[in-house]
Design a protein around this ligand. Structure first.
Ligand code: B12
Length: 144
């Protein structure tokens, strides 16, 4: 009896595990990204895209670039980044507006968390930040 039970359970487990893995490995979550220009006082622009399970923000931004005509601008890149030796990708420009050392301007990464709606300033950049489902990403052009 216990042998039958054990084989039933292991069969059930075998059927379930691939399902769980498939959801985690192939699932994607919708994510919103808002572009704020705190210096020029331009209207905010909000885009929606998808992020894969445990994917980095840069991946979601690349997907947005590939799929969204407004963000894409005739195939020229709507965001650019430079590669920092130590910290990875540094977001340089968004929709043609670039940070400038002489003017002390830059694109700040902020996140309104899905958990309680508070706005945090991640301590990593776009190449390392892993958004949670329902995070609202804010790219804020500002001064340091
Ligand atoms: C000054 C500074 C800035 C300035 C740089 C302006 C400038 N031209 O000087 C500004 C305000 C732009 C900045 C922005 C950000 N920063 Co900063 N910054 C620093 C700080 C305090 C000193 C860097 C420095 O001058 N080093 C000395 C010089 C000689 O070395 P350097 O290699 O040439 O320095 C360059 C890099 O550090 C680069 N840089 C600065 N910050 C970041 C962040 C990322 C992700 C990258 C790729 C590069 C980069 O800018 C410097 C000048 O070119 C460090 C902390 C520290 N004490 O080191 C944090 C630090 C490097 N920054 C950090 C972060 C997280 C950010 C932001 C992502 C914050 C945010 N949420 O918006 C943003 C970058 C967003 C983007 N556009 O991609 C983290 C990086 C950690 C990590 N593993 O990713 C650090 C370590 C602070 C921390 N929180 O622990 N930063």
């Amino acid at each position: 009896m216990s042998l039958i039970m054990a084989s039933f359970l292991s069969t059930a487990l075998l059927l379930l595990v691939p399902g769980i893995l498939t959801e985690k490995e192939h699932g994607s979550n919708p994510i919103n990204l808002t572009i704020v220009n705190s210096i020029a006082d331009a209207p905010n622009e909000t885009y929606s895209t998808d992020i894969v399970y445990r994917g980095i923000l840069l991946g979601a931004m690349r997907r947005l670039h590939q799929t969204n005509a407004d963000f894409n601008d005739h195939c020229s890149s709507r965001f650019t980044y430079t590669e920092n030796f130590n910290y990875g990708p540094f977001l340089e420009s968004v929709n043609g507006v670039a940070g400038n050392n002489a003017e002390h301007t830059y694109w700040e990464l902020l996140v309104q968390t899905g958990k309680n709606g508070s706005v945090i300033r991640p301590d990593v950049g776009i190449g390392c930040y892993i958004p949670e489902p329902n995070d609202h990403i804010i790219l804020n052009f500002t001064k340091w």
